[in-house]
Design a protein around this ligand. Structure first.
Ligand code: MG
Ligand code: ZN
Length: 231
């Protein structure tokens, strides 16, 4: 009984902070994308390839989640984009409250898109809304093709799934059709894109997806704005 009350209030606190984050981001016209996936699936590596490509079209910033180190933030800082390290001090997921403190340190007036790299963990980050507008789930071929079936929630809540390290496909028994089949059981229209840092062309469809998603959102926000103006 007591445990259930504690759990509920924790999630309620998180959801309130997430809603505040979304309002703050919207007030500055900043979009946020939450990157989720297991430890070592390639979240930071994907960002390292995406950031130079997307920087041509939009101003970026990054919130880097980590249990204990600033190593990923150092890799992002080398790309000359604003980055804030969110240290969970052992916690296995980011919370909206921690993200709130990170957003307060970013120059939001000069940012159009903020990537939030979650703690490497395919399970509980999926239960914590951070106030983001979209989620990208990453699955590396070295993790195994059974992960979409085992960690369904991660792939269910994702707007885009990236299958990473596809250059290593031959060294594993990962069956792409099997993984994609299980992902599509969770969302028949779910976009799935392949990526490897070894082939720079594989970042292009992912960057295109993000730009098209941004354009669709901006059109919708514009329509709502016009509607409000008419009313
Ligand atoms: Mg990382
Ligand atoms: Zn956790």
């Amino acid at each position: 009984m007591t445990i259930e009350v504690v759990k509920r209030s924790l999630l309620a606190v998180n959801d309130r902070a997430a809603e505040q984050n979304r309002q703050r981001l919207d007030a500055f016209s900043v979009l946020a994308i939450n990157l989720l996936g297991g430890a070592g699936c390639g979240k930071t590596t994907l960002l390292e390839k995406l950031i130079p490509r997307l920087s041509r079209d939009m101003r970026l910033a990054v919130l880097e989640g980590d249990l204990a180190t600033t190593r990923d933030a150092e890799r992002i800082a080398a790309l000359n984009v604003p980055v804030v390290q969110l240290l969970t001090e052992g916690g296995c997921h980011l919370t909206a409250t921690l993200v709130q403190r990170g957003l307060a340190k970013l120059p939001l007036t000069d940012v159009e898109l903020v990537f939030i790299e979650n703690v490497g963990n395919p399970i509980c980050p999926t239960n914590f809304d951070l106030g983001e507008h979209a989620r990208i789930a990453i699955l590396s071929v070295t993790e195994g093709d059974d992960k979409p079936a085992k960690y369904g929630h991660l792939f269910q809540i994702a707007d885009l799934v990236v299958i990473s390290k596809i250059d290593l496909l031959r060294a594993t028994d990962f069956r792409v059709e099997r993984a994609v089949g299980d992902i599509r059981k969770l969302g028949p229209d779910k976009p799935v894109l392949a990526f490897t840092a070894a082939d720079p062309t594989t970042v292009e469809p992912i960057a295109d997806w993000i730009l098209q998603w941004r354009d669709r959102r901006n059109v919708r926000a514009g329509a709502e704005h016009n509607q409000a103006a008419v009313a």
